[in-house]
Structure formats: structure tokens, C-alpha cells
Design a protein around this ligand. Structure first.
Ligand code: NAD
Length: 267
């Protein structure tokens, strides 16, 4: 089988970093895009040290020039693009609630969470062949409300809706489109240290049915599966990778009256 060419946006760190390493380890040529040149080079070096191949394209994926550079680099390797992982996303810039947010924040949240997913998908369309797979990174908050981040959840719900529509559009070409919905993952964006600040770590098993926060690798395994032949009849779905939180979840008013929490720490 020919070596797959796989794009990962935000592929240097966090969930994207784990996805880049997993796809590199399975033998793909990873086209790794990231804002952070040092982190991108470190992840690429790690992939190469394990015998893999990797091309780094540094740049902000919300810029159309970066979208074009990533697509040109990937298409130039063998002519086809086999995998696109649209991983970049962020709940920031955040605000206390919608009343304290600004139109500038909504615009940035749109650019960081939804627009580039559409732009990257549009750009790679001519290079996708039968067997190609797209995986978008959504969030459990596409399904569950998240106070103080309503625009973020709206745009991520947009990612999951876009996933469904593209699966229908591209199905006849043999291209599959799926998404994952992470929750509570220990990354720079949502470090477990920050999530636990002022809270009792012993309560973690009470908050998540599987009893721990997610690691980036938990998501990489599902993305690896979704791009593989084992998932050849799976398309149009967003797979929660959440340790059971959607099954069990709820937001609760904080005991001190200061906002909301999904990790209650008092009766
Ligand atoms: N961490 C969580 O608990 C969690 C939960 C739900 C959904 N998600 C989603 O998972 C995805 C990855 O999150 P993470 O926690 O790994 O994030 P992170 O901030 O820890 O890592 C993001 C990576 O993308 C890079 N990046 C950021 N903005 C970029 C841009 N504009 N262009 C190119 N590269 C950029 C960063 O340099 C970094 O390497 C996001 O879409 C996020 O919304 C994360």
C-alpha cells in the first residue's frame, strides 16, 4: 500500500500532537501545520526519530495563505491527500457570559473553530480520492450547553453539522467524513492543573464515569481508527471521546453562587 499523506492542523501539541505522532507511527507522511514553529519542529523530530516522515508548514490556519500552503505541500508529495484532520479550535477568547462578550470575540471564535474547517476542506477537495478520510475535532459542547462559551459551542456544533453534510456530499466519491468530540483533556488549553485548581483531586472519579481526565492519546487512537479501513463504513458521525461525561453530564450552579461548574465539589 502506498504511503498515505495526512494533514494535521495544530499538529504540534495537545490533541493534535498526539494525532500527528499516531499517524506518523502508522507510516503516514504527516503534513504538520502549527502556529508554533519550535513545537512543530519538536514534534516533527520525534516522528522522524521513530522512522516516520513529516513536513512542517508553520502558520495560522485561520489565514487563507496558510490553508493554501498546507494544501500545496500535501498535494505535492504524491498527488493525493489521504487524510485531513481539522484539529485547531479554542474556547478562547472567552467571556463571563454572552452579555459581557463582544462581536470581535464572536468573529475570532468563528475563525478559530469553524471557518478554517470549511476552508481546509474546500482546498483539499480536488486532491481527495476513494478511501480518503476527513476527521474534524468538535467537542462534547456541540451537544451539551457550556455556560460562558455559547458562541464556541455554536461554532463547534457547526463543525459537527458540517461533518454530516460533507459525509453525504463526498460519500459517492468514496470519501468519509467524521468528527470526534473530546471532553476534559489534559492539554495546554485545558490543563488538569488548571481544571483542578481549588478542587479536590480525589473527586475526579466522581465527575467522570471512567474516573480520570482524558489524555491526548485517547483521542489519537479514535482518529487513527476513523481514518483506517476498519472504519470503512463509518461516515457522518461525531464520536464522543469523553470517558462517559455526555452519558452522565450536567452543569450545576456553584455552591458559592459564582457561576457554574460541571465538577461540583460541595453538597
Ligand atoms: N482539551 C480539551 O479538553 C478539549 C475539549 C473539547 C474539544 N477540544 C478541541 O480539541 C482541539 C485541540 O485542543 P487542545 O486542547 O489540544 O488545544 P491546545 O491549545 O492544547 O493545542 C492546540 C495546538 O494547535 C496549535 N494552534 C492553535 N491555534 C492555531 C492556529 N490558528 N493555526 C495553527 N495552529 C494553531 C497550537 O500551537 C497547539 O500546538 C480543539 O479543536 C479544541 O476545541 C479540546
Amino acid at each position: 500500500m502506498e504511503q498515505r499523506v495526512s494533514i494535521v492542523t495544530g499538529g504540534a501539541g495537545g490533541i493534535g500532537g498526539a494525532i500527528s505522532r499516531a499517524l506518523g507511527a502508522r507510516g503516514d507522511h504527516v503534513v504538520l501545520n502549527d502556529l508554533d514553529p519550535a513545537a512543530a519542529d519538536a514534534t516533527a523530530s520525534g516522528i522522524r526519530a521513530e522512522g516516520g516522515t513529516c513536513t512542517v508548514i508553520t502558520g495560522d490556519i485561520t489565514d487563507d495563505e496558510t490553508v493554501a500552503a498546507v494544501t500545496t505541500a500535501a498535494a505535492g508529495i504524491s498527488g493525493t491527500i489521504d487524510v485531513l484532520v481539522n484539529n485547531v479550535g479554542d474556547f478562547r477568547p472567552a467571556s463571563r457570559d454572552l452579555a459581557h462578550s463582544t462581536p470581535e470575540q464572536w468573529q475570532r471564535l468563528y475563525e478559530v473553530n469553524l471557518r478554517h474547517v470549511i476552508a481546509m476542506t474546500y482546498a483539499v477537495l480536488p486532491h481527495l480520492g476513494p478511501g480518503s478520510a476527513i476527521v474534524n475535532v468538535s467537542t462534547v459542547e456541540a451537544y451539551r450547553g457550556i455556560p460562558a462559551s455559547a458562541p464556541y459551542s455554536a461554532f463547534k456544533a457547526g463543525v459537527s453539522a458540517f461533518t454530516k453534510s460533507m459525509a453525504v456530499e463526498l460519500g459517492p466519491r468514496g470519501v468519509r467524513v467524521n468528527a470526534i468530540a473530546p471532553d476534559l483533556t489534559d492539554t495546554a488549553q485545558t490543563s488538569s492543573a488548571a481544571m483542578l485548581r481549588g478542587r479536590d483531586e480525589e473527586l475526579v472519579p466522581l465527575w467522570l464515569p471512567l474516573g480520570r481526565f482524558a489524555e491526548a492519546e485517547d483521542h489519537a487512537g479514535v482518529v487513527d481508527f476513523l481514518t483506517s479501513d476498519a472504519a470503512r463504513f463509518v461516515t457522518g458521525h461525531t464520536i464522543p471521546v469523553d470517558g462517559g461525561t455526555l452519558a452522565a453530564s450536567g452543569w450545576f450552579r456553584r455552591h458559592d453562587g459564582k457561576g457554574w461548574t460541571n465538577m461540583p465539589d460541595r453538597p
